[in-house]
Ligand binder design. Structure first.
Ligand code: C2O
Ligand code: CU
Ligand code: CU
Length: 427
């Protein structure tokens, strides 16, 4: 996006949500919803500590809001239903907040999000820090999908399976495109900033002959990078990885989405191709190597759980409901915490499928899985986390910003059917 403010510490941009056309399938057009006419929306670039000002205009024929997923910000700028009245069709709103953290974040509506996001309303924000890892190249990888009919238009049908598992598209998209080509220079270090913006699909990435060196996640860089053969990315999650291009110049390999059993006997789906990766012609080796360590993160204190939140799903009078502590939002009683306090939660998933838990406005750290402490060097700041089926995950967060915050499952079909709650931080 074009920064219209001459002050180097202020990023000021114009953003408009509206209707547009896009071609996902060759020779066919799809009527999409888009930010500034593009899917994904335009990239916002800033440095840590900058102030971001977004002059937003709603040119849709319905209301919307913008939620800044993963950004720690004042409550009245969060764009969530509990705190911001939706912006009516034709109205405008200016968001303004400081970018406290370096990392890779995204933005999307938080009213009618199930439909507005899958139809194209999502964009990413890259916030650079003081100590960025060295790489020869850097690419943004926005993973998504679309359920399209023969004629290219969105299939809006909903059935129980789509509700149960989250809607999965029949077309896989990388940066809004089907099977794009990604160049990797042999021997060179390529950094990928990955986000999953799909409503319900989990991506489980594999690239033959390559491992992903994970150097960061939702809340920025991690102190102890690690290698992953498969990179599982749930809806809403981000990963920051480094790859060393391997192979003969000109060789082509395929980045695939591998099967992943996330419950309800989804079975072994065949790997699905996502993108062609082409090994480039050079340049000569940069001599850069994969980092073994990253910046330190302040570890939050652990302890016994202060609050248990239980997620489940059940048919209630023939209708599939997604529950938080036995209720559906907005009937879920808010959790109250004191400003400045550190709070430990047991996140209990009683369902027979994985649910990606997401908290607005704060990062959290995983302390234990089913009572077993996680390794010390797995420390990471998360805002979205897979809660495996029939298990309990213990996490800790510090609440330094007052207001009415939301937490929910990031499978949007579940969030809209009740799997959402509020967390109130006292002033
Ligand atoms: Cu991307 Cu309330 O979430
Ligand atoms: Cu969010
Ligand atoms: Cu869910």
């Amino acid at each position: 996006m074009t920064d219209t403010n001459p002050d180097p510490t202020i990023v000021e941009v114009d953003l408009e949500a509206g209707e547009a056309e896009k071609s996902f399938l060759e020779g066919k057009t799809t009527a999409v919803l888009a930010y500034n006419g593009t899917v994904p929306g335009p990239l916002i670039e800033a440095n840590v500590g900058d102030t971001l000002i977004v002059h937003f205009k709603n040119s849709l024929s319905e209301e919307t809001t913008i939620h800044w997923h993963g950004i720690r910000l004042p409550n009245d700028m969060d764009g969530a239903p509990a705190v911001q009245r939706p912006i009516a069709a034709g109205d405008a709103f200016t968001y303004q907040f400081k970018l406290k953290d370096a990392g890779f974040f995204w933005f999307h509506p938080h009213v009618m999000e199930e439909e507005q996001i899958r139809k194209g309303l999502f964009g990413v924000i890259r916030v650079r820090g003081q100590d960025e890892p060295q790489a020869d190249d850097e690419k943004i990888v926005v993973l998504g999908d679309a359920l399209l009919k023969e004629d290219g238009s969105f299939d809006d049908e909903v059935d129980d399976d789509m509700i149960m598992l989250g809607r999965e598209g029949n077309v896989l998209l990388v940066n809004g495109r089907t099977m794009p080509t990604l160049e990797l220079e042999p021997g060179a270090l390529t950094r990928l900033r990955i986000v999953n913006v799909a409503n319900g699909r989990f991506f489980n990435l594999a690239l033959p002959g390559h491992a992903f060196r994970v150097i960061g996640t939702d809340g920025g860089l991690i102190p102890k990078p690690y290698d992953a053969e498969r990179l599982l990315v749930a809806p809403g999650e981000r990963y920051d990885v480094l790859l060393i291009g391997q192979g003969e110049p000109g060789a082509e390999i395929v980045l695939t989405n591998e099967a992943y059993a996330r419950g309800h006997d989804t079975g072994e789906a065949a790997p699905m191709p996502l993108a062609t990766v082409r090994i480039g012609e050079g340049p000569a080796l940069s001599g850069r190597t994969l980092p073994d360590s990253g910046p330190a993160i302040e570890r939050l204190p652990g302890g016994a759980a202060d609050t248990t939140i239980t997620f489940d799903e059940r048919y209630i009078q023939g209708v599939l409901k997604f529950l938080v502590d036995g209720n559906t939002y907005p009937d879920v009683p808010p959790i109250e915490v004191e400003r400045g306090s550190t709070h430990v939660f047991d996140l209990k998933n009683d369902a027979e499928m994985d649910h990606p838990f997401h908290l607005h406005g704060f990062f959290f750290q995983v302390l234990a899985r089913d009572g077993v402490p996680v390794a010390d060097d797995a420390l990471a700041n998360k805002d979205t986390l897979i809660l495996p089926q029939l298990s309990t995950t213990t996490v800790v967060a510090r609440f330094d910003e007052p207001g009415d915050w939301m937490y929910h499952c990031h499978i949007l079909e579940h969030a809209e059917r009740g799997m959402m709650g509020e967390l109130v931080v006292s002033p």
